[in-house]
Design a protein around this ligand. Structure first.
Ligand code: GAR
Length: 214
């Protein structure tokens, strides 16, 4: 079944482009029904036709809840099966998460539960971590705290600075996200009582990517 994806993005949109490319290549049975942003200048918006773009500046709303409500109404109007945050840099309020309960995903550039929030690459370097990576998880109101579905790991190199590490993590983010969306298109992914389910089975540890490391 072709699933309908609402995409939330604040920036460059390389993860969105990976989704669009996979759809065009016929490897992801999905349709992007809207791209929603808190940054009218987000490059991500330019990657889809104008009719699919929605952006508002949060400052033009009375408060955070009012912005979230407008965003939620716009997302709901696109009738998505899944809401996917790809570089969306605002915390989604509880009302938003509740409205799309169990159908909101986020990609985060760390091996959660390590390094929730910002500056993940710098923090991994400062901690002297040997491994770093990215996680795809269900969104809950608490920042980056929802059930993790899958993770991709890379080795930290002695020469890495935060930018180099971010660039290498990004190369594993795209296949990681597409793998999870593939589970969603196949109807294999769900959330229940705060846990990620694949094929109806609770995941006790995140799925590793690549699935068959050498
Ligand atoms: C990605 O690295 C994503 O993991 C990160 O922003 C980048 C967006 O890149 N997300 C977060 O930090 C969310 N807290 P993109 O705009 O090229 O997809």
């Amino acid at each position: 079944m072709t699933i309908r994806l609402a995409i939330l993005a604040s920036g460059r949109g390389s993860n969105l482009q990976a989704i669009l490319d996979a759809i065009a290549a016929g490897t992801l049975d999905a349709r992007v029904v809207g791209v929603f942003s808190d940054r009218p200048d987000a490059q991500a918006l330019q990657r889809v036709p104008e009719a699919l773009r929605w952006s508002r500046t949060p400052k033009s709303f009375a408060n955070r809840a009012a912005f979230d409500a407008a965003l939620a109404d716009a997302v709901a109007a696109s009738a998505p099966d899944w809401v996917v945050c790809v570089g969306y840099m605002r915390i989604l309020g509880a009302a938003f998460v509740q409205r799309f309960h169990g159908r909101v995903l986020n990609i985060h550039p760390s091996l959660l539960p390590k390094y929730k929030g910002l500056h993940t690459h710098q923090r991994a370097l400062e901690a002297g971590d040997a491994w770093h990576g990215a996680s795809v998880h269900f969104v809950v109101p608490e920042l980056d705290a929802g059930a993790v579905i899958a993770q991709a790991r890379i080795a930290v190199e002695p020469t890495d600075d935060a930018d180099a590490l971010a660039a290498r993590v990004l190369t594993v983010e795209h296949p990681l996200l597409l793998h999870v969306l593939g589970l969603a298109t196949a109807g294999r992914l769900a959330e229940s009582a705060g846990h990620a389910l694949v094929d109806g089975q609770r995941l006790y540890t995140p799925l590793p990517l690549p699935l068959n490391p050498t």
